[in-house]
Design a protein around this ligand. Sequence first.
Ligand code: DXP
Length: 257
Amino acid sequence: MLKIGNYQFKSRLLLGTGKYENYHLQKKAVEVSETEVLTFAVRRMNIFDADQPNFLEMIDVDQYTLLPNTAGAKNAEEAVRIAKLAKASGLCDMIKVEVIGDQKTLLPDPIETYKASETLLEEGFIVLPYISDDVILAKRLQELGVHAVMPGASPIGSGQGILNPMNLQFIIEQATVPVIVDAGVGTPSDAAQAMELGADGVLLNTAVSGAKDPVKMSLAMKSAIEAGRLGYEAGRIPKKEYAVASSPTEGLSTVES
Ligand SMILES: CC(=O)[C@@H](O)[C@H](O)COP(=O)(O)O
């Protein structure tokens, strides 16, 4: 079970809701993923305009936890405003804090993310900050009281996979809250790697929405995350420098020639 604040999820895959070719394809991709959490950018979705098409109308919203995110915010003040708007509209009290500090790399601003998280915690939100794979920032945020940390594998939408597995491992080793690897996952093996490292979950969007066959990729991601988690729980064998025979050679009668 993935536990974030007072929420519990069987699935460890969290899906974004942007950039699909059409809503029908998206609906199918979401269904096969068996995700329980869908994140969406409050500012970019037409949730406040009844005349505009809205993906949420396509699905049974009661089946999902809708995780609003503050994408589009450039500072803490904007992120807090977006989060409050989402909460006031009756959406989830969980918020993915996303404050982008640079439009070219789309990397999160650590200082504004920290400030926004602090205010939102004071306001009673369940706070999930999206951060770079910064070990110390993850530690400081969890000391602040956030409910999960969401380090990026690589830049949003880049599909480059986990660029610094050592940093992720350090974040996971010291974690007292769930670690959700968020952004940059390109392939099922990236997602499996995150889970094998001990991540509690993976949030992804582009790898599925941009795939040639999003429905198939969604299924592949689901399987990879489950396999990676199983592998982590099973415990990998230690790496050795030299070969060790797989078949036991001791205690066997030797065949003389
Ligand atoms: C949907 C969402 O929240 C994105 O900001 C997220 O970070 C996903 O990134 P990818 O598109 O790289 O999976």
